[in-house]
Design a protein around this ligand. Structure first.
Ligand code: NAD
Length: 423
């Protein structure tokens, strides 16, 4: 099957490159010229382990990128829709990119006999049935199931391990009311050994939110336990180990720290809270998950103030800018909250991250970005660890105060003057 992918951001590029690696012909499209040019010159626009090698192998023989929608759409049988669904101010999901792209594809569908749209963007329950299908029908004048079809296929990749997750997923979820289209898309995924769960549209849409809400809840839960444990002088890592040995709980996602970030958890939990409230249900638990997470980066600053205060005028080093290691994504990173808070406290900031300094400079151009982590340590009076990049484990911290928000020294080879956020 010839495949096209619209939106070559994190999800779309992994989907396109992965499918090309598996032998499909993939035509990608993105409105961002810079991304398209980079992909066509085999240069990944994002950092993700193994991606460069796949682009080198598959571009241009099985994968090429275009700024237009028409060619990829006309020359493919199915299109994976991977455009962004960012948060609006109140947490509501914005469908602007999705509606826009479905309208344009609907127009193009006038010239085609049949096409399947596979929605990989995260969308709140009801979006496929109440927005995607009507928008395509209106723009094309054609009929769902007869002339085109739609399948909801939520994405579960973890940034930093995205290709690993693409090639070895835990499950594939396919939701539609059209059994024929489900069968065709299932065939595309036939090389994968994992279970494939077939559902209706709304169930597939909700599975994505429920997954992210559960994982976010687990993180806020262990952070709350961590905040309580810290007041008793208890090391939360030992507590997490003890509870994680219970099979019903499992050890995964029980690492306390500065809280969750990234392009998914905050946005998705906010979106489902917003939608549930709109539907007349008050999601108390999920609101608390967000509350705990909002306050968590501030715990680092409270610790810093207690140990080294007053912060005003102090030289503070920040190691790491991304919300986790293995990616250059800084969206909703707790490091950005920390920067803003410390700037309000009038600290002098010195910063290093191995992958994300260029992206951060666009948001905070006037900070001191140094060329190595060791330089940051040497320059500063205290250091905050905000991303678990392994290289930060081997620095010479001397007697400088190190406040760890990411449990980098979990095996106890800790710097001399060290304090963990919840341990
Ligand atoms: P992204 O912002 O990195 O990428 C979206 C891309 O779509 C951008 O490159 C943008 O230029 C492009 N685009 C927007 N409108 C377009 C148009 N009209 N024509 C062509 N291209 C267009 O977003 P992302 O992180 O890849 O996320 C995409 C979706 O997948 C979101 O709904 C997100 O919630 C979901 N998701 C993301 C992740 C993740 O880890 N990033 C994981 C699972 C699900």
């Amino acid at each position: 099957m010839n495949i096209s992918v619209v939106g070559l951001g994190y999800v779309g590029l992994i989907q396109a490159a992965g499918m090309a690696k598996l032998g499909h012909n993939v035509l990608g499209s993105d409105m961002d010229k810079n991304k398209v040019d980079k992909i066509n010159s085999k240069e990944p626009p994002i950092y993700e382990n193994g991606l460069k090698e796949i682009l080198q192998e598959t571009v241009p023989s099985r994968f090429s990128a275009y700024q237009e929608l028409k060619k990829p759409f006309m020359e493919s049988d199915a299109t994976f829709i991977c455009v962004g669904t960012p948060s609006k101010r109140q947490g509501e999901m914005s469908l602007h990119q999705l509606e826009n792209v479905m309208r344009q594809l609907g127009e193009l569908l006038k010239e085609k006999k049949y096409h399947i749209f596979v929605i990989k963007s995260t969308v709140v329950p009801g979006t496929c049935e109440n927005i995607v299908i009507p928008v395509v029908e209106k723009a094309s004048g054609k009929k769902f199931k007869k002339d085109f079809s739609v399948v909801m296929n939520p994405e579960f990749l973890r940034e930093g391990e995205a290709l690993e997750d693409f090639f070895d997923p835990d499950r594939i979820v396919l939701g539609s009311s059209d059994k024929t289209a489900l069968k065709k898309i299932k065939e595309i995924y036939s090389p994968f050994k994992c279970p494939v769960l077939e559902t209706g549209f709304k169930e597939a849409e909700m599975i994505k939110y429920a997954s992210n809400a559960f994982l976010a809840t687990k993180i806020s839960f262990i952070n709350e336990i961590g905040n309580i444990s810290k007041t008793f002088g208890i090391d939360t890592n030992i507590v997490a180990k003890g509870i994680g040995m219970d099979k019903r709980i499992s050890p995964h996602f029980l690492k306390s720290g500065i809280g969750f970030g990234g392009s998914c958890f905050p946005k998705d939990v906010n979106a489902i809270v917003y939608k549930a409230t709109e539907k007349g249900y008050n999601p108390k638990l999920l609101r608390s998950v967000l509350d705990v997470n909002r306050d968590q980066p501030l715990k680092m600053i409270e610790l810093l103030d207690r140990k080294e205060g007053p912060i005003k005028g102090k030289k503070i080093g920040l190691l790491g800018l991304t919300f986790k290691a293995g990616t250059d994504d800084i969206r909703e990173s707790p490091a950005l909250v920390t920067i803003k808070e410390l700037l309000m406290e009038e600290a002098e900031l010195y910063i290093y991250d191995p992958k994300a300094m260029e992206k951060t400079k666009k948001l905070f151009p006037h900070l001191n970005y140094l060329s190595s982590a060791q330089e940051v340590v040497d320059e500063c009076e205290a250091v905050l660890i905000l991303t678990e990049w392994p290289e930060f484990r081997t620095l010479d911290y001397g007697k400088k105060l190190v406040i760890d928000g990411k449990n980098l020294f979990f095996d106890n080879h800790r710097p001399e003057n060290y304090e963990g956020i919840c341990w």
